[in-house]
Design a protein around this ligand. Structure first.
Ligand SMILES: Nc1nc2c(ncn2[C@@H]2O[C@H](COP(=O)(O)OP(=O)(O)OP(=O)(O)O)[C@@H](O)[C@H]2O)c(=O)[nH]1
Ligand SMILES: [Mg+2]
Ligand SMILES: [Zn+2]
Length: 296
């Protein structure tokens, strides 16, 4: 048997992975022993070589953090050992505030600090409107960075220093464009229509880790359409809505579901404020979704 090699998972797509043993070395194409789906980009793994440029992932080292989503049926790992989540939004195409909410909840639940990156700042008025909408989130303590990946992404450079960061968000927000602007030689495919190749729009299909320096890396991920949080109990969900968490215990009924109950502290606080009411709808939607997911 070949000896075990240590490496980092630098790309994951479906059941296929790339594992890099040392920075700068060409990655090995790997599969997981036994077809288990428990490997994520960013994982430290031990692999056994199975031929030129190929290997099998034998063991996964215990992770510091894990960012993942899950519906009633299965879970999908986004990235391991990440210590910063950057949720990328843009004014065009319009971003979903519900998806943003879910990404921030997943980061909070994983114990990973999160920030919001408002990209395409060069678009002017719609970008300013998006920033106004996002003030609600900065009020709760989420940092907001406004920038244009096309014109000048340098605002992000100091934020990335010394961290393993992941860019998450909907398709078309500019995650890969940011990677290309920040990582020399990255060449991540972006949504630019490629006439020369005749292939139409490119969208990211793999989660890929790019080393920035010895202590910093940036992970690009495919655009999200949904973000299930089935692993959170209904009570836990409420605690991760930062503006509601301290008010949950103040409802008249200790098992208040914040729907039609009288003297609901959350509903009373949200009343008349469209953004608060919207966030409360996300909260109750998630609670109902997870109750359904937990039913046998
Ligand atoms: N105006 C403007 N357009 C941008 C900016 N950044 C990215 N875009 C454009 O937005 C489109 C989508 O960019 P991508 O980087 O492919 O988006 P993505 O988030 O990686 O999308 P997925 O890989 O599908 O998740 C492309 O046409 C980019 O050129 C920006 O700062 N300003
Ligand atoms: Mg992309
Ligand atoms: Zn209530």
């Amino acid at each position: 048997m070949n000896a075990l090699l240590n490496g980092t998972v630098t790309a994951s797509f479906g059941r296929h992975y790339e594992v890099t043993a040392a920075p700068g070395e060409p990655p090995l194409g790997c599969v997981r022993r036994g077809k288990k789906q428990d490997v994520a980009c960013g994982d430290q793994v031990q692999i056994r070589s199975t031929g030129k440029g190929q290997g099998v992932i034998e063991t996964v080292t215990e992770r510091r953090t894990l960012l993942y989503r899950a519906d009633a049926i299965r879970q999908k790992l986004l990235a391991a050992n990440v210590d910063q989540v950057l949720v990328v939004v843009a004014p065009e195409p319009a971003f979903s505030e519900e998806l943003l909410t879910r990404c921030l909840l997943a980061a909070d639940a994983a114990g990973i600090p999160a920030a919001i990156v408002l990209n395409k700042w060069d678009l002017g008025a719609p970008a300013i409107a998006a920033a106004e909408q996002l003030a609600y989130y900065t009020d709760m303590g989420y940092p907001l960075l406004r920038l244009s990946a096309r014109q000048d992404p340098s605002l992000l450079q100091p934020v990335l220093q010394g961290h393993v960061s992941i860019l998450v968000g909907q398709s078309g927000m500019g995650k890969s464009t940011l990677v290309n602007a920040l990582v020399p030689h990255a060449q991540a495919r972006t949504g630019e229509i490629s006439q020369a190749l005749g292939t139409g729009r490119h969208t990211t299909t793999a989660t890929r880790l790019y080393a920035l320096d010895a202590r910093s890396a940036l992970i690009d991920s495919p655009g999200l359409q949904e973000f299930g949080l089935a692993y959170l109990s209904p009570a836990a969900i409420a605690t991760y809505f930062r503006e509601f968490s301290e008010r949950v215990g103040q409802c008249r009924f200790s098992d208040c579901r914040h729907l039609q109950e009288p003297d609901c502290a959350l509903k009373n606080w949200a009343a008349g404020n469209p953004q608060r009411e919207q966030r409360l709808r996300y909260l109750t939607t998630l609670q109902q979704e997870n109750e359904r997911a937990r039913r046998p």
